[in-house]
Design a protein around this ligand. Structure first.
Ligand SMILES: Cc1ncc(COP(=O)(O)O)c(C=O)c1O
Length: 384
């Protein structure tokens, strides 16, 4: 086997049609062919985000670029922001805000628990915020927040809601127009199943109004949505050379996503996550995230104390399955498995078998076949 099964929480497995696009002959970034492809990419992005009213932006860069662009373009000196701290990636938003000298408060939730909308409501009654930063799926704690409830709390006080859905979009249900968030951020390499390199922002009409009416100039050349707006409106212009292949690969992947159907795709991810969780539970392992808020795209779970690195490397060496280690304090004791994008029932079964067999090498007494048996009700033939 040339390839191993990549089940980290992004980048993820790339399908053959998308790989083919990456290997095709170079075309010019200002060719008509690329410009037309980019227009199609913007339209497909709107379909994936389920929006007719949002303004899409696709820049060359990773998810962090999209996060920073949202900060530099929409928050000004003197504005106060609130970060809902549900893990490492939420705190990254805080670090970005602070690195621009912006006033930032954190509402902390214990690692592995969700952001409680009623606690947010109380905080919003106490303090006036320009914006609240929310993480949809925090890849570090593997929690999936209830974004619709959180966004509606933020809306009720007329603050901006800025949602990082880097680990959600394309895998977890998110309907931009219904959600009414002001910004939703994504990137190419997770549930959108394309290579890394495209940073995505969807901005609401209110968000665009805030951008147009800000009082001070945006303190950045590249991280400047006003500049990018011209290019998104007319991709025949030039601002900086885009990662042409990545954009074309993302277009190909989004075409495939739309042909799968968004409802079908969300349902497939939901059922894969259920299968994974049933298998992990059957192995007697604890989850990192609290019940009811476990993500559909990534799952964190405990393994023996201090053994995470060895279990992970055994799974890769002997079974060709790569997972990721836990975050921070949990690094030595837990693993995270990504199950988004092109990962489907075949890969879910392979992962559960690899985990079970590896754990038995490490002394687990669980009956052989228990993980798959528990997962089978969720991976019925109709699941792609
Ligand atoms: C939830 C979340 N936000 C932001 C990022 C940052 O994205 P990138 O690594 O592409 O910069 C990640 C990366 O894993 C993420 O999981």
């Amino acid at each position: 086997m040339d390839d191993y099964l990549l089940m980290i929480p992004g980048p993820t497995v790339i399908s053959n049609p998308v790989r083919k696009v990456m290997g095709a002959a170079q075309i010019g970034h200002s060719s008509e062919e690329f410009q037309e492809s980019f227009i199609e990419l913007l339209n497909l992005t709107k379909e994936v985000f389920r929006t007719k009213t949002g303004s899409p932006f696709i820049l060359t860069g990773s998810g962090t670029v999209a996060m920073e662009v949202a900060v530099t373009s929409l928050i000004e000196q003197g504005d106060r922001s609130l970060v809902l701290d549900t893990g490492y990636f939420a705190r990254r938003f805080g670090m970005i805000l602070e690195s621009h000298g912006l006033e930032t408060d954190f509402l902390n939730f214990p690692f592995g628990t969700h952001a409680d909308p009623s606690i947010l409501r109380k905080e919003l009654q106490r303090t006036n915020y320009k914006a609240v930063f929310i993480t949809h799926v925090d890849t570090s704690s593997t929690i999936m927040n209830s974004i619709s409830e959180l966004v509606s709390e933020v809306k009720s006080v007329n603050a901006l809601s800025i949602v990082d859905s880097v680990c959600g979009i394309g895998g977890c249900r998110l309907e931009f127009d219904k959600l009414q968030a002001d910004v939703v951020i994504g990137c190419s390499q997770k549930a959108l199943a394309a290579p890394p390199g495209a940073a995505i922002l969807m901005i609401s009409q209110e968000g665009m109004k805030q951008l147009e009416t800000r009082k001070t100039p945006i303190p950045s050349y590249y991280m400047n949505l006003k500049r990018w707006k011209e290019l998104m409106d007319d991709p025949r212009g030039y601002l900086a050379t885009p990662a042409v292949q990545v954009m074309l690969a993302l277009r190909e992947s989004l075409r495939m996503i739309i042909s799968e159907g968004m409802d079908e795709r969300w349902e497939r991810h939901r059922r894969m996550a259920e299968a994974i969780r049933a298998g992990i539970e059957a192995l007697g392992l604890e989850f990192t995230a609290e019940e009811g808020y476990r993500a559909d795209t990534v799952t964190g779970f405990d393994v023996s104390t201090g053994k995470a690195a060895s279990i992970r490397s055994t799974m890769k060496r002997e079974y060709n399955v790569e997972v990721a280690r836990g975050f921070g304090d949990l690094r030595d004791n837990s693993l995270r498995v990504g199950h988004c994008g092109n990962i489907s029932k075949m890969e879910v079964s392979a992962f559960l078998s690899a985990l079970e067999l590896t754990l038995s090498e490490f002394g687990s007494k669980v009956r052989k076949g228990a993980a798959l048996e528990a997962a089978v009700p969720f991976i019925t033939p109709d699941l792609r």
